[in-house]
Design a protein around this ligand. Sequence first.
Ligand SMILES: [Zn+2]
Length: 447
Amino acid sequence: MILSVNRMLFLLLSVFVLPAQAWEAGLAKADITPTESVPLAGYGGKTRMSQRVDHPLWLKALALRDESGAISVIVTADLVGLSDKMITRIAGSAKEKHGLPRERLILNTSHNHSCPVTEDVLWLYYEFTPEEAAAKDRYTEQVYRAYDSVIAAAIADLAPAELSHEMGLAGVAVNRRRSRGPESRALPGPVDQDVPVLAVRSGDRLRGIVFGYSCHTTALGGLSLNGDYAGFAQVELEKSNPGAVAMFVQNCGGDANPLPRIRGKDVEAVSLAERYGLILAEAVNQVLAGSMVSLSGPLEVAMGEATLDLQPGLPLAELKERVPNLNGMHRREFEHFIRQYETGEGPPGELNYPVQVWRFGTGLTFIALTGETVVDYSLKFKDTYGWNTTWVSGYNNDLFCYVPSLRVLREGGYEGTLGMWEYGHRAPFTETVEDRITDLVERLVSE
Ligand SMILES: [Zn+2]
């Protein structure tokens, strides 16, 4: 048999240059809808017990195996957040059962404000009766089991796949500073309305849609369980793309709300949240219908921690003097700080801040920040590392607290100043916060 030179060159390239199969991907879903009435999360004040289920709540996982054979997993959740305790247990179990290193597991939550309370997430918000606490604990165990099963199922589903990425746009997010009283309206109020999309295909079959948005999931605040606008968007995407698993990643939505919102009228509010979901789903579907940039491996991962300093807290004498005049969450905050003085060295003056970076060849750098990250971080890192090739997500790891930029910190207000005590932290960050995070991201990206 005689081969032409061109044909021989092609065969040689196929064997030595073109990878036979760069990616394997696996997708899975685990239902985390409570089976009883449970305390609702997200808002402090009087305990709210769930009364209805608008649609099921989910954990969803994407497992990836690149050409090096290493497995990485991202799990998204219709939950308000996770705590350090939960992260330790979930990641510990994934390591034990699948040998999954911590840096190869990203745990993102949608920051859903219409989900149940789990474990000790935002624990200073709530005061439960023994029955409510028991319902919360039963639900927490259900969630732990679901994390185990969804990670195992995604890994078991690994099969040859192609990955591609592109950015869409949806105008639902409004900067919170523009919506809080006449003075705040003067503030410029940046938002990030990009909708990054990662598509997972095996041949003609669309198997997975990972999409993100930077906006609080706070369109709703009633007594229903649902995934807020992000949940409705996932429902719509799975309906319009049968067989695909749609996963929502919360990006840097710390200082953005979906607006307008309707308060106190459950039915109208649900229909508005559903419409926001439809808008977001349509943005994703438009991206999927267009041309997307194919992603090559390997998947290079890095993880590190920054040390974030806090300003001084209130002295013990002042806490003790003020606590008798407080009640509810504020009283619990002060009692927490007093306990920290009485059982140790007082409230810690610094917090460890984990960051993960996953790089998909040259096509996409996925930066996973921790906590309630404000929009400036997304805009800044996309500006630094490339607008169309950088995806900056927040709300990974534990819920932590608001993570202000220097601008937001200097403006004051809830995100990063008034909102620190309710996360159990003694005071706002110092003005080094943005630089410390930026330096860490720079180090991890260049690694
Ligand atoms: Zn929040």
